[in-house]
Design a protein around this ligand. Structure first.
Ligand code: NDP
Ligand code: 2IT
Length: 463
């Protein structure tokens, strides 16, 4: 009885304080991580959605779960020297942020892009904690990368860079410690070179140390397709629940990389027409539906610019500038390129042009203001943490196959992926309802992802 009364009192106090506590943690994060704007943005987005959770669970306040969860368990930054084809020495910076290991080994991709800095890696690592929790698989959150620019580099340069990067990274990772994978600028080629160097240094075949591996040495079927396919499974669940479908819809997909290509492919197989895609230089519009085999040839095989498309496809148009893609009229927008691709201006344009749903394939592709605007206007939003979790989920399935020393068929993996995405929609929807935000899957996904990690942290003591 006494305990129950205490609970009621604590809840009342929490109710009064939850908002203030959250704002205090956000202020602290800003003060202690100065200038890290992308990291601030994700912390604000996640923490502000947790108010009803703190009211219901005052024990999280007492145990300072929020203060602990915003602080990475470990951050590593290192020099990556390498020699280019001219014999000149180049120096890049490497990162690995091991954010949270409450529910499993750190897991998350590596991004190679000139814009990479600590803020970007921390935002991605923070998102990864909740995303990985949503998959229902035992993986913690981490992220890494480098400000290395793979564009225009020869295969040999890529190899030398990857070998140098791994020569430092290897001491921080391991199949039960931290398992990197791909992200922007890191695909099968880079994972191959990274794995080769890890294996050489360790003198052991630890297949589960990296995911997204080639199929001949421990990679999983359907991992390449998984993020894009998963995005469409999730978005389809959301559309169906609201009595819509992909059938006959005009879809715009930003990006033309790994996530974009396979999202476009699956959306097309669900009866949609993909009208436009882009790269960082500009976008193509093809009213007949983008020819994805041609995009794969240009981007995956030839590693050329999307502009090439119009030279090979009659009737298609090319426009300079990436953000202009959001002026193309569509029913469903799938931002699959990079963060903050859709800001309030693009959001207004999309709404004006009749968009009904936004499925976030990239990480944090919409600014917080843009997401709020979509929700205010009744647009369905499939939030990145939930909607793009199919990639990391299938990475975890790759780890399972590596541990078991066997491989599942494409169909088996895809079936599991589909089940995971359907479940993520269900738990995000349920959490949104339970915590008083019906239809807001942004809040629902944050809460559902947070609860599991918070409970694990509670059980494991103050660490
Ligand atoms: P890729 O490197 O394969 O493709 C990125 C695409 O986005 C390219 O077409 C690129 O164009 C375009 N792009 C446009 N603007 C930018 C920019 N400013 N910075 C970087 N890229 C830009 O990456 P992925 O498809 O793997 O990743 C896309 C997004 O999806 C990222 O946000 C990533 O974090 C996220 N994601 C990826 C997962 C995966 O499994 N790969 C899993 C979950 C999320 P260009 O060729 O001109 O650079
Ligand atoms: O953002 C992401 O979830 C990824 N880049 C995939 C991470 C992974 O470990 O497969």
């Amino acid at each position: 009885m006494g305990y129950e009364i205490n609970q009621v009192i604590e809840s009342a106090i929490a109710g009064k304080n939850a908002k203030d506590i959250i704002e205090k943690v956000i202020d602290d994060v800003k003060a202690r991580n100065k200038g890290e704007e992308e990291f601030h943005q994700t912390v604000e987005e996640v923490l502000r959605s947790l108010e009803p959770v703190l009211v219901k669970h005052p024990e999280y306040i007492k145990e300072s779960i929020l203060n602990r969860i915003v602080e990475p368990e470990r951050q590593v930054m290192f020099r990556v020297p390498w020699v280019d084809d001219n014999g000149d020495v180049q120096v890049n910076r490497g990162f690995r942020v091991q954010f949270n290991s409450a529910i499993g080994p750190y897991k998350g991709g590596l991004r190679f892009h000139p814009s990479v800095n600590l803020s970007i890696i921390k935002f991605l690592g923070f998102e990864q904690i909740f995303k990985n929790s949503l998959t229902s698989l035992p993986i913690g959150g981490g992220k890494g990368g480098s400000d290395f620019d793979p564009k225009g580099k020869s295969d040999r340069e890529i190899m030398r860079f990857c070998q140098s990067f791994m020569t430092e990274l290897y001491r921080h990772i391991g199949q039960d410690v931290d398992v990197p994978a791909g992200d922007i600028g890191v695909g099968a080629r880079e994972i191959g070179y990274l794995f080769g160097q890890y294996k050489r240094i360790r003198n052991a075949y630890e297949g589960g140390v990296l995911t997204g591996k080639g199929l001949t040495y421990g990679g999983s079927l359907a991992r390449k397709e998984a993020t894009g396919f998963g995005l469409i499974y999730f978005t389809n669940e959301m559309l169906n629940y609201h009595k819509h479908s992909f059938e006959g819809k005009r879809v715009v997909v930003s990006g033309s990389g790994n996530v974009a290509i396979y999202a476009a492919e699956k959306a097309t197989s669900f009866g949609a027409t993909v009208i436009a895609m882009c790269d960082s230089a500009g976008y193509i519009v093809d009213e007949n539906g983008v020819d994805l085999e041609l995009v794969k040839q240009i981007k995956e095989v030839e590693r050329k610019r999307i502009k090439e498309y119009v030279a090979r496809k009659e009737g298609a148009q090319y426009f300079e500038g990436q953000k202009g893609i959001w002026s193309v009229k569509c029913d469903v927008a799938l931002p699959c390129a990079t963060q903050n691709d859709i800001s309030i201006e693009e959001a207004k344009l999309l709404v004006e042009n009749g968009v009904i749903a936004v499925g976030e394939g990239a990480n944090m592709p919409c600014t917080n203001e843009a997401v709020d605007y979509f929700l205010e206007k009744g647009i369905l939003v499939a939030p990145a943490k939930a909607a793009n979790a199919g990639g990391v989920a299938t990475s975890a399935l790759e780890m399972s196959q590596n541990s078991m020393r066997l491989s599942w068929t494409f169909e088996e993996v895809e079936e599991k992926l589909k089940g995971i995405m359907v479940n993520i929609f269900a738990i995000s929807k349920d959490a949104a309802e339970e915590y008083g935000n019906e239809g807001n899957y942004v809040v629902g996904a944050n809460i559902a992802g947070f609860l599991k990690v918070a409970d694990a942290m509670m059980s494991q003591g103050i660490i």
